[in-house]
Design a protein. Structure first.
Length: 127
């Protein structure tokens, strides 16, 4: 975690403006280091992780956090829960996705077909 990324230093006011303009808000890290030293390199690294997560869809977000959990080893899941705000089940599922990769689907769908509510036309018994 000793990577210094000078281009990630953004003033607090500019960061808040960027979050409201993009329509997505980044999770604020709740780890002890970020609360005590919000401008440290560790806090910058955590903000960079959350900025990347904000741009990914749910499947790639899960895989990215799973990769970080595998790299960080023991205690990595708990640290990622604090940093990203994602649930433990999501992070564990991301790790499992990386350990046993599946064939890529031919469609560009993120979720499987049939998920969600049934269509209103199918539910109505009238006519």
């Amino acid at each position: 975690m000793g990577i210094t990324l000078p281009y990630l230093r953004i003033a607090t006011k500019e960061r808040a403006t960027m979050a409201t303009q993009s329509g997505q808000s980044n999770h604020v890290c709740t780890c002890e280091m970020c609360r005590q030293h919000p401008y440290s390199t560790v806090a910058e690294h955590h903000r960079a992780i959350n900025r990347v997560l904000a741009t990914l869809d749910e499947k790639n977000r899960r895989r990215f956090v799973g990769l970080l959990a595998l790299q960080w080893g023991r205690g990595g899941i708990q640290r990622l829960i604090e940093i990203t705000g994602l649930s433990r089940n999501t992070i564990v599922r991301g790790r499992m996705d990386l350990r046993r990769p599946r064939r890529a689907p031919t469609t560009a769908r993120v979720r499987q077909a049939g998920a969600g509510r049934k269509r209103v036309e199918k539910n109505s018994r009238g006519s």
